[in-house]
Design a protein around this ligand. Sequence first.
Ligand code: HMG
Ligand code: MG
Length: 301
Amino acid sequence: MAVRIVEVGPRDGLQNIRDTIPTSTKLELIQRLHQTGLQTIELTSVVSPKAIPQLADCREVLGNPDIKALLENPQLRLPVLVPNVKGLEIAKQLGVREIAVFISATEGFSKANINCTVEQGIERSTQLASLAIASDILVRGYVSCIFADPFDGSTPLPAVLRCVRSLLDAGCYEVSLGDTLGIGSPANVRELLNYLITNGIPVERLAGHFHDTYGQAAANAWEAFNNGITVFDSSVGGLGGCPFAPGAKGNVASEDLVYMFHNAGILTGVDLSKLVETGNWVCKKLGKSNSSRAGTALMTK
Ligand code: HMG
Ligand code: MG
């Protein structure tokens, strides 16, 4: 039995950090993550630099010769988050072979994050997916605010279903379910997955993206795994968060997921000790405390 870890550290992990991070640190982070055996790494986003100033150097990251070499490696999946045709065009020119499109199940976060309604978000991502697929670019989808929205409160189950279905119909090979606020717990995960699966969504096309604000993220991933999900987004050192989701904390730490799955005999293909080193290295570089419990415990051994 194996799971696939989608490392989102270079994108979700860094996007909400205010102090400018040198491009060289981002490049080294990607290389170190690659060295751990991770096969899927979200490299950056090509979004408005006004919305996410931290990732305004996406062209330098993607255009770097060492990253270009990774992009040409057919074993690797290196998605880049894009919100619109402008982002797709830039990504395409830089040799990106996979993009991630993103919508929210809720109006408040949709407006704050991508300046449009849920319906417009669905239309944009559908158009984007069709353009990408026509250029042989794979498309992954995200649905944010699966449990709650920072402005609108709790999210109705049918709102999530509508978004997941739209992204799959648009041609996304997989849809990642984002608990943007990190507010859900395993009972919520079970309820949502039962609802989606009962309504015809194939569980093998779903992934889990759990932020850890309430300390539930690893438990949520485990519950999702026990309900059939085998793809999990996570971030080294538990970095992460979105500037448009105030108060939300980082993603579940990659080290914690790898530790949890390995202890259950489930393969990830990741070298835990190299991952732990990378988490400690990047947190030191960024001057952040390491949110990975396994990472800090194993480092002090
Ligand atoms: P807008 O202001 O409505 O759009 O923003 P616009 O078309 O008027 O563009 C505004 C400016 O941005 C223009 O520049 C554009 O050229 C530029 P100006 O003329 O003012 O100088 N621009 C771009 N520049 C580079 N690349 C682009 C691009 N597009 C426009 N692709 C827009 C709408 C969607 C562009 C904006 O709101 C945006 O970029 N939003 C992205 C926000 C974001 O990245 N949020 C974090 C990622 S989502 C997340 O974290 C959740 C997730 O992790 C899952 C979960 O946890 O739930 C995925
Ligand atoms: Mg996120």
